[in-house]
Design a protein around this ligand. Structure first.
Ligand SMILES: [Zn+2]
Ligand SMILES: [Zn+2]
Length: 340
């Protein structure tokens, strides 16, 4: 897949994000306390929940319902993760599902693993939110406000952590957990489309991975998710660990969330690869690979022709030179004998 000019990485604009990766190293000078590590772990897990339950399952997929106050809390909580605004994140995620692994897909690993993981965030093309992708939530002024001032929630959290735990708390508790949270989230765009097993035939390359499910509180069942996007649970069976779903069931029990959508039994039995259905998502990849192989063969053949032509030309040149030398030698000998 080709990349347009506005898909080039903007290093300067992305420098705050890159700098955040280095800031945890400042703990070399402050030291690390047990309190910092606990804050890091808690902020990683709690904010992962807000991302998966909020940005992903609620705002992007509407897989359950919330009241307006809870909706705001979910948006604010997810935004403390510093993954841009709620409308930006969820809108572009809807776009990913609409065009999974096609040329239009904003972060298909078919454009390269690095691109799908973080490159697409570092270019200018997807800098601004597209409210057309998410009009159902863009109609709320409080969400538009949050989306516009998306740096506010993480800044407030960072200040809070600093006031509680000082500099070492900031480096480890806030920045280290934020960086880890970023990459665990990004793994779903990159690794979950290249690593793991496929249960369902989907038109994309999504996979299921228990390891990613542990790291992301249930998002690793990505093939399940692409198969039935409206489902609030991404682990479809009891052995598919999905912590986000368990917490949301707790919310449901407490009356904080309602109308949780679960996949019907028929959906769990539909398009199973083990039933012999052709795996279109992977097949779609084959013509691309075949074309790449063909282009490589053509290039190799072209290279070989160029080398062979050069060799032939070299041989002709040498033979011509030798012939010319022999003729001139014969000529000289003839002239010598005539002069005698
Ligand atoms: Zn999704
Ligand atoms: Zn996906």
């Amino acid at each position: 897949m080709s990349r347009a000019a506005d898909e080039r990485v903007q290093w300067l604009k992305s420098s705050p994000m890159l700098l955040a990766h280095l800031l945890p190293l400042a703990a070399i000078w402050t030291g690390v306390h047990l309190r910092d590590v606990i804050i890091c772990w808690v902020l990683l897990v709690v904010r992962m929940f807000f991302i998966t339950a909020g940005y992903h399952r609620y705002f992007a997929h509407r897989s359950y319902k919330l009241g307006r106050a809870m909706q705001f809390i979910m948006a604010f909580g997810a935004m403390t993760s510093s993954q841009k605004g709620v409308l930006w994140w969820s809108g572009y995620h809807r776009h990913h599902h609409r065009f999974s692994d096609l040329q239009e897909d904003i972060h298909s690993p078919k454009k390269g693993f690095w691109w799908s993981h973080i490159g697409w965030i570092m270019c200018s093309k997807f800098h601004k939110p597209n409210y057309d992708l998410i009009p159902d939530f863009a109609k709320y002024p409080e969400l538009r406000f949050l989306d516009r001032y998306w740096a506010l929630p993480p800044t407030m959290l960072a200040i809070g952590v600093f006031l509680i735990a000082g500099w070492s708390g900031l480096w480890i508790g806030f920045f280290l957990s934020t960086v880890l949270l970023w990459h665990c989230t990004f793994f779903i765009n990159s690794l979950a489309h290249v690593f793991g097993r496929r249960r369902f035939v989907t038109t994309d390359t999504s996979r299921n991975s228990w390891l990613l499910a542990i790291l992301t509180l249930g998002e690793g069942w990505h093939n399940n998710h692409h198969h039935f996007q409206a489902s609030v649970n991404q682990g479809f069976y009891w052995w598919e660990l999905d912590v986000t779903y368990y917490v949301l069931r707790g919310f449901e029990f407490l009356g904080l969330a309602h109308d949780l959508k679960r996949p019907p039994e028929a959906a769990l039995k539909r398009n199973l690869i083990k039933d012999g259905h052709t795996d279109i998502g992977m097949l779609k990849d084959l013509p691309g690979r075949a074309l790449d192989a063909l282009a490589q063969t053509a290039q190799n053949t072209k290279d070989r022709i160029v080398v062979a032509t050069q060799q032939v030309a070299g041989s002709i040149f040498e033979a011509t030179q030798e012939a010319a030398e022999s003729i001139s030698q014969v000529g000289r000998q003839g002239a010598d004998s005539t002069s005698r």
